[in-house]
Write a protein that binds this ligand. Sequence first.
Ligand SMILES: [Ca+2]
Length: 486
Amino acid sequence: MAPEIWSLFILISLFLFRKGQASSSLKNPILSRLRRAPESKEESKKCSYTFLVPEQKITGPICAARGYSTDKDRVTRLDVAAVRDLLSKQRREMETLKLVVDVDGNLVNEMKLLRKESRNMNSRVTQLYMQLLHEIIRKRDNSLELAQLETRILNATADSMRLASRYRDLEAKFAAMSAVVNNQSVVIGALEERCMQVYSGRHDHPPLGPPLVQVVPENIPVKVAPFTNEIQSDNTQRLARERGSRSGPSPTSETLEVKQPPQRNFSAEGPFRDCLEAQDAGHITSGMYLIKPDEAERPLQVWCEQDIDNGGWTIIQSRKDGSVNFFRNWENYKSGFGNIDGEYWLGLEGIYRLGRQGDYKLLVELLDWMDKKVYAQYDSFHLEPESEGYRLRVGVYQGNAGDSLASHNGKQFTTLDRDKDAFSGNCAHFHKGGWWYNSCGQANLNGVWYTGGVYRSKFQDGIFWADYGGGFYSMKSVRMMIRPID
Ligand SMILES: [Ca+2]
């Protein structure tokens, strides 16, 4: 056979070998047969493969087995090189595939994780959905409760309106009853007086009461709670009991010196001529101050009111809680008594001395049991000396409490032991205080402190200001204060 044909044969074999290796494994039948070919003589005599060679003039079948062993070494080297090349290439591909598989594995893991997360998310979403459902149900329940509450509130409002209406009715009834009580007291007083007159025609007569102050029912301040239809408690009786007295208010001759004041609201400076001078000196706080009016023998402790009506007011009388007994004798009323930060009477002599050192005006501040404040102001005020019985001199009235001092203007001061009033008996005895009584009068600011306002008593002995509440309405608190005229 010609060498060209062998070359062609080898190339074709190589080509087939490579092709077979690329498409399958190392168990290539061509290669195995090529290798096995020289081992068997019988086999070597047979034509294993038939190739059609287009070139040259070969037209018949060609036996490839013959002469194969002669080029065996060269083919094998090429094969090995090719196989190695192929192996390395496949190894690279394997590595690439391995990398791909690794990446795929990671992806699978990630997918698994994502699936797991997705499952968790799903369960969480389900949970949230359930919660939402619960919330919706709960809110529906709440709205039902709200509706029920609204209904209850409406019912309560209706109830309160009914109660308010009843309260107003009761208030009106109470006012009417108070007026009746006052009128009956006046009638009873008048009947008692007539009885006494009839009785006195045959017997030695006991002391008569003074004519009662006429009632001013439209002015009676109404207070429903605490409501009591009984006779109001007489604080003087309580005080008397506390002091060991047997019964009823009794005059006291004990000299109640002004107590040592507590440290608060107390100014150690002074003494000043009055509270206006203290204010002018920079003491703008209401409290206790020492004053010493011109010609006064000793300094006095007083409460200075620096807050109302521009301040500078010297308090000469204060009632607020019934803690001090005002049923006292002349000496007490002359020198003064009580507690400066509570109830007190400055003293007639002190008030007289104050009035002598300038032109003063008087302000009477009244507080009823509805905590309503009313005022009576007089544009001038002073007392005459003791030799004139500390006669009261007040000027022109203005205010909203009514002028109940009018009938007392120009009257001397009367106490239980010094009767200077115009009444046949002693007004201090009936009104249980000391005052510039006429016969006896329209105001009794040193009377008995009753709680609650309207009171019942045989005589009009409460702290009354007749033009405001009538003779049977006792004020809750009262202050009398003076200040130099601007
Ligand atoms: Ca008299």
